[in-house]
Design a protein around this ligand. Sequence first.
Ligand SMILES: [Zn+2]
Ligand SMILES: [Zn+2]
Length: 350
Amino acid sequence: MSKTMLAAVLHGIKDLRVDELPVPGLEPGKVLVRVRRGGICGSDVHYFEEGRFGSFAVTAPFVLGHEVTGEVVALADGVSQPALGERVVVNPSRQCGQCDYCRSGRGNLCRNVRMLGSASTKPPTHGGFSEYLLVGADQCFPVPPQIDDGVGAMIEPFAVALHALKRAGSVVGKPVIVTGGGPIGLLTVIVARACGATTIAVSDPVAERRQMALQVGADSAFDPTEASFKEQVTALTGDGFEVLFEASGAAPALRQAFEVVRRGGTLVQIGVYSAPEVSVPVNQLLVRELQVIGSFRYGPVWEEAIRLVASGRVNLQPLISRVLPLNQAPAALALACAKAGVVKVQLDLL
Ligand SMILES: [Zn+2]
Ligand SMILES: [Zn+2]
């Protein structure tokens, strides 16, 4: 095996370079994965465009990417799972397993979490847009042959949507709206459909995204900038939606959410805001007994996510718009930034 590898390294705003880096050496409890496919996430786009993602600012160059399918090519001594040669998807979030949150089953809130391709730690943690990736054996989940590399790299964002759905409680028999028709919003539509929501609506100002939402299973799609938005929602649902997933991270969407959720309804926040504060009609919380719930990354939903996809109950393939080779990573990021005509852009690392 070569001692060096190529990786897409972010050096600054809109400065992504394909650099040669050393292949990481094995460490106890870890496995070396030959990355095959990597999906570009909204967070990668924010790091690339703005040098930050929410409150996480880039302080040093790092490898982007955390939505990864690969093949296990080396195991540390004593590791037997996953097996050598197995194709896996990688949970990019490494939890300590020791802190009070980890021990109480809320590992996504871990005090010592490390996320691949993230500036949430200082220095930032290198991500998966590299030919080789060193990860904990317990971060790898084998995928069956019916999940190809592209769909495998969609499991991570799908796990975000599945976790958000669980945070909402049951959606069975309920009218649901998803605000924001980007990849996470569309995946939330797909999982809400699979899990028994009745009416599913999407709001997004971009016509193309509304069209895509209808294609992946939404019943209706609204333009939230239209003056008649509220009337259209009322015409569809009567009193409003029982569950709203805010997947846009846009301040107007959050304000509007309070108008379209029915009394006693639930608002689940998934989208990340660039603005540190958003004003909302706060008295609505009490007079209409609204529940506002945050949803961060994912709990232990990976195996379930893989089973749902492998069973054919959900189809993630239509969301993959473009696949570019690693040496075109800067162009791929630019394409993902433009958002026009694309949902998910992936990098082929083979
Ligand atoms: Zn992601
Ligand atoms: Zn922990």
